[in-house]
Structures are given as structure tokens and as C-alpha cells.
Design a protein. Structure first.
Length: 223
């Protein structure tokens, strides 16, 4: 199984030719649109323009919204309702859970507050967690690290943080990924992958004892 980090909260997962894209963005946020075709499934966590740019992806594909349990090709899409922030006026976001070839893979969209106790229990021991870390509109790096520490996924990958390319007028209070990475060094291993993609099966095979969470900082793919 291959994981590509396109940019922001947008990832591509591929296994045996089946391709799933999470949260494609509108290029107005500063990144060029992902150069992708032939995506089988697009999973959208919520309807903000930096997560719902489905029109930017060429070709026909199914689009999934919400958390109802459904089967698509070789996988099951499920999840929980999370919240963009605290307060009664907070927007809901999907905390998406994929069940695919015996693996449990989660994308936490724009999670902006702590998980409920039942959600912590449900998401414990994931094979892969994609989690926002930039603050501003979501949890910040230290809070994201605490969630990773509670859930103990085998692999955690940060997303939704400040880079030199992101429009600072739209995202004025963002942190970089560094506060998250620094906090994670207290309980896991941290590494940078500049190619922007990883072979997940290789990493899972290397860490078969599941002793520590492996935090992988993927360089986003601008081209």
C-alpha cells in the first residue's frame, strides 16, 4: 500500500491499482491543484474549500461524504463525527476510518477539539493516522501529539500546517509541523521523507513489534 502526500490535508492511498484521495483542495489556498487522474474514490471530510476541491481532479470518481458505513470496491468507509472547534456553533467534520485488507487507516479532517472517550477507544491501535497539527482552525501541534500518544497508531503523519506556499491571509495563525514533531519525540520516532510518499507495507513489516509510534513527516508534492 502506497501513501502520497499531495499537500495540506490531501493524500492519495493506493493498493493493487485502487486509488483513494482524501480532501482535495482548491488551489486558491496557495498550492497548485494535484495532478491526478484515475482516482476511484474521493473522501471529503467537510465542505470547506481547502478540503472539498473535487472539481480540481480530472476524470470520473465516486465521492464520499459523511460517516455512514459503506463498502467501495476493496474497502469499507466508516468513521465518527468530530468538530472543527469548541462551542455550539462548531462545524462537524468526518473522522474517516478505512478498513482495507485488514488495515485500519484514519484521516481526521479538520479536527479542532479533543476526542470523546468512546472515540479514543475506537481509534486506538490504528495502522495509520493522518492528523491536523497546524492550529488556528484545528488542534495545534502539542494537542495533536497528545492524541497520537493516546491512540498509539503504528504510523502517524501530520497534515494541515503552515508552509512557505500556503496563503497566510487565509491561514494567519498556523504553526509549522515542528511543534508537533518535537512533542512526538518524547514517545515515538520521528523522520522526514522528502520524496513525499512511502510504501506503508515496508514500514509495517519493519515495525512488526509495534513498540513505538513511527511519526513520518512527508514532504508535500508540489508538482
Amino acid at each position: 500500500m502506497r501513501l502520497d502526500y499531495m499537500a495540506h490535508s490531501c493524500f492519495l492511498l493506493e493498493q493493487r491499482g485502487y486509488r483513494v484521495l482524501f480532501d482535495p483542495y482548491d488551489p486558491c489556498i496557495g498550492y497548485p491543484a494535484p495532478r491526478l487522474t484515475g482516482v476511484d474514490l474521493m473522501v471529503v471530510s467537510h465542505d470547506h474549500h481547502d478540503h472539498n476541491g473535487t472539481s480540481q481532479i480530472a476524470g470520473a470518481s465516486q465521492v464520499v461524504r459523511g460517516i455512514a458505513r459503506r463498502e467501495y470496491g476493496p474497502l469499507v468507509v466508516d468513521g465518527e463525527v468530530g468538530w472543527h472547534s469548541h462551542g455550539s456553533d462548531a462545524d462537524p467534520v468526518a473522522l474517516t476510518l478505512l478498513e482495507w485488507d485488514g488495515r485500519r487507516l484514519a484521516h481526521f479532517g479538520d479536527l479542532g477539539c479533543e476526542l470523546e472517550v468512546s472515540q479514543v477507544e475506537r481509534f486506538k491501535g490504528l495502522d495509520l493516522l493522518l492528523i491536523p497539527v497546524g492550529g488556528g482552525y484545528t488542534i495545534d501541534g502539542p494537542k495533536a501529539a497528545q492524541i497520537v500518544k493516546k491512540l498509539r497508531p503504528r504510523i502517524a503523519v501530520p497534515m494541515h500546517y503552515q508552509t512557505p506556499f500556503l496563503d497566510r491571509l487565509q491561514f494567519p495563525n498556523f504553526q509549522t509541523a515542528e511543534p508537533f514533531l518535537q512533542a512526538c519525540r518524547e514517545f515515538g520516532t520521528v523522520e522526514m521523507v522528502r520524496d513525499g510518499w512511502v510504501d506503508l507495507d515496508t514500514i509495517w513489516a519493519q515495525d512488526s513489534d509495534n513498540a513505538l509510534t513511527r511519526v513520518i513527516h512527508l514532504q508535500h508534492q508540489m508538482a
